[in-house]
Design a protein around this ligand. Structure first.
Ligand SMILES: [Zn+2]
Length: 274
């Protein structure tokens, strides 16, 4: 087995790669041992996933959705308490609010302001911005892994992924990150974060899902491959071959804005792998 990112022999690697991080609630979608070597697995955790999940958009979404990290802790949102003239950590569980300060002094001031009735409200900002560079690299990592997962049933999938030079710029961008400067991605909300999807009698909440979209290009024999991922109700799409999303936008227009995620069971496997 060779690592799908650095291409080194990964036969002795022990890591089981989570396509979406466990801290986003993923326990099911993993790649077999060695698909991503220990060094690359560790690099992504420290340099891409860790810093990205620690940004405000992810912290707030994880907090609202009550998704614990690997140690079982729910990250707080950062709110402002005007009555105490300070910001504070806030957890919202149903109608129950829990406050926290980052040190004892902050906690004392906050407690005093609440008990004396000066602090009557808390404002929690709505965070829209996502660090574009970290997010692109995160999507590049997920994209190559989603493609690999899709091809697991194909004989020789590992060599095919490793030997496909068209994926080298994406590998480099995810694993090293120095070039190209930008790798754009498509982002749009496709359902509410709290929406409960119905399947049979059971309602369930979707934290994340993903698929691969193959879009033929005008040039004969050429196609674009996209990884499409939904996280907390927002759909993200990244082109696995080049830093360009024009053909994805064309696809959306031609399909009245339907997400490929909704018709993923009808999308063909990329013909190049047959
Ligand atoms: Zn590696």
């Amino acid at each position: 087995m060779r690592c799908i990112f650095c291409k080194r022999d990964s036969t002795k690697s022990r890591s089981i790669e989570h396509i979406i991080p466990e801290s986003l609630g993923n326990i099911d979608h993993v790649l077999p041992r060695g698909a991503v070597c220990d060094t690359c697995n560790n690099y992504f955790a420290r340099k891409v996933e860790g810093p990205l999940l620690d940004t405000q958009w992810f912290r707030h979404a994880r907090s609202r959705q009550w998704v614990p990290n690997k140690r079982g802790l729910i990250p707080p949102m950062r709110g402002v308490v005007p009555g105490a003239r300070m910001s504070a950590d806030v957890w919202l569980d149903g109608s129950k609010l829990t406050f926290g300060g980052s040190n004892q002094r902050e906690r004392d001031v906050l407690t005093d302001a609440i008990l004396t009735g000066r602090a009557r409200s808390v404002y929690i900002p709505i965070i829209e911005a996502i660090d574009p560079r970290l997010m692109s690299r995160f999507l590049a990592k997920i994209g190559l892994e989603v493609l690999s997962e899709r091809l697991l049933p194909v004989d020789g999938w590992n060599e095919k992924i490793v030997d496909m030079t068209a994926l080298d710029p994406l590998r480099h961008f995810a694993r090293v990150g120095d070039r190209p400067e930008k790798w754009p991605f498509s982002r749009r909300r496709i359902y509410g974060e709290d929406d409960v999807q119905q399947e049979g009698d059971d309602g369930y909440q979707v934290l994340h899902e993903f698929t691969i979209l193959c879009e033929p290009l005008p040039e004969p024999g050429q196609l674009d491959l996209y990884a499409v991922v939904c996280i907390f109700g927002e759909e993200f799409a990244i082109n696995l071959g080049e830093p360009e999303i024009a053909s994805y936008e064309r696809w959306l227009t031609a399909h009245d804005g339907t997400s490929p995620l909704y018709i993923s069971d009808r999308l063909p496997l990329p013909s190049i792998f047959e």
